[in-house]
Design a protein around this ligand. Structure first.
Ligand code: ACO
Ligand code: LMR
Length: 264
C-alpha cells in the first residue's frame, strides 16, 4: 500500500484545499447563507464546533464591550505614542497589544482558573480570598483603577444581565459576585472587573451549554483561550486609535518633564 510521508505540520481547524475554504468543516458559503456572525466563526475556529445562538451572541457581546475603553488605558496609550512616532499600523497595533497581561486585560484566563478551582473545591469567598492573600497573589478578575463599589463597570453589568437572562446556569459568575462582595468589604476599588466577569461567565458557558466534556473544559482553561477574547476585541479599538492619530496628524509624543519625578 501507499506510505504517507510524515508531514511537518498538523492542522485541524480550517481547510482551504477544496472549492471553498471550510472552518471546522463548515463551508464559507454555508456560513454566509445562514447569516452567521463573528461569534460563530470564533466558535468554529477556536472551539472547533458550532455553538448555540446564545453562546455566540455572548462571545459577540464580549468582543463589542471590550473593543475600546478610551485613550488613557495602557494599550491605547502605547498605540497612540507609537502612531505619533510615525510607525505603521501593525507596529501601532502590537505595541498596544503588548501591554495586555496580568494587570491589564489579560487576567481573564487566570480569573477563570482561580474561580473554577475555588468553586469546585467549595471554598467560601473568605477562604478563597484569604488563601490568595497568604500566597501573595492578587485575585485575578478583581480590582480596577477607576471603577468602584459605588461606580460599577457597566460592561460587567451588561454581561451579567445577558447571562442571567440566557444562560442555563450562572453558578461560577454568582460565586465571583460573592467573592466581590467580600473584597468590597475590604476596599471600595476591589470590584469584579470585566476580565473577571468574562472569565467566570465563560466557565458557565462551557459548563452549561452541554457542548463540552469535562476534560475539554479543563483543557480550554489550562491552555488559556479566554485572554484571546480581550486581545481580539481590543485590536478593534487599537486599530481605531492608530487611524485617529494619523488622521489628526499628531506630532511625535514627548512626555512633559513636569510629569516626571526626577530623583536619586
Ligand atoms: N486582589 C486582592 N487585593 C487587591 C487586588 C486584587 N485583585 N487588587 C488590588 N488589591 C489590593 C492590594 O492590597 C493592593 O496592595 P498591594 O500593592 O500590596 O498588593 C491594594 O489593593 C492597592 O492596589 P493598587 O495597586 O493601588 O490597585 P490598582 O488600582 O493599581 O490596581 C489592578 C488595579 C491592577 C487592576 C489590580 O486590582 C489587580 O492587579 N487586579 C487583578 C488583575 C486584574 O484583574 N486585572 C484586570 C483589570 S480589568 C482590565 O484591565 C480590562
Ligand atoms: C479597559 O478595558 O481597558 C479598562 O478596564 C482598563 C482601565 O484602566 O480602565
Amino acid at each position: 500500500g501507499k506510505v504517507r510521508a510524515p508531514t511537518h505540520i498538523i492542522s485541524t481547524i480550517s481547510d482551504d484545499r477544496g472549492e471553498e475554504p471550510c472552518y471546522a468543516g463548515v463551508p464559507m458559503s454555508s456560513i454566509v447563507e445562514q447569516g452567521l456572525g463573528v461569534g460563530d466563526v470564533i466558535s468554529l475556529l477556536w472551539f472547533k464546533r458550532s455553538l448555540p445562538r446564545y453562546c455566540t451572541q455572548f462571545i459577540e457581546i464580549c468582543v463589542m464591550l471590550c473593543a475600546d475603553h478610551g485613550p488613557c488605558v495602557s494599550g491605547a496609550h502605547n498605540t497612540i505614542v507609537t502612531a505619533r512616532a510615525g510607525k505603521d499600523l501593525v507596529s501601532c497595533l502590537v505595541s498596544g497589544l503588548l501591554t495586555i497581561g496580568p494587570r491589564f486585560g489579560g487576567a481573564v484566563d487566570d480569573a477563570a482558573r482561580y474561580f473554577k478551582d475555588a468553586y469546585d473545591r467549595n471554598l467560601t469567598p473568605y477562604e478563597f480570598v484569604e488563601s490568595m492573600k497568604k500566597k501573595g497573589i492578587r485575585v485575578p478578575g478583581i480590582g480596577h483603577r477607576i471603577k468602584r463599589g459605588d461606580n460599577r463597570d457597566k460592561r460587567v453589568e451588561l454581561l451579567q444581565l445577558f447571562a442571567r437572562t440566557h444562560f442555563p446556569s450562572t453558578k461560577y459568575m454568582e460565586y465571583a459576585v460573592e467573592v466581590e462582595t467580600y473584597t468590597l468589604s475590604k476596599a471600595n476599588n476591589l470590584v469584579l472587573n470585566v476580565d473577571g466577569a468574562i472569565g467566570s461567565l465563560f466557565l458557565d458557558l462551557l459548563a452549561g451549554s452541554g457542548m463540552f466534556t469535562k476534560p475539554e473544559i479543563d483543557e480550554i482553561v489550562e491552555i488559556g483561550y479566554l485572554n484571546g477574547l480581550f486581545v481580539l476585541a481590543r485590536s478593534i479599538g487599537l486599530i481605531g486609535h492608530t487611524f485617529d492619530q494619523k488622521r489628526l496628524k499628531q506630532p511625535l509624543y514627548r512626555h512633559p518633564w513636569e510629569d516626571v519625578l526626577y530623583t536619586k
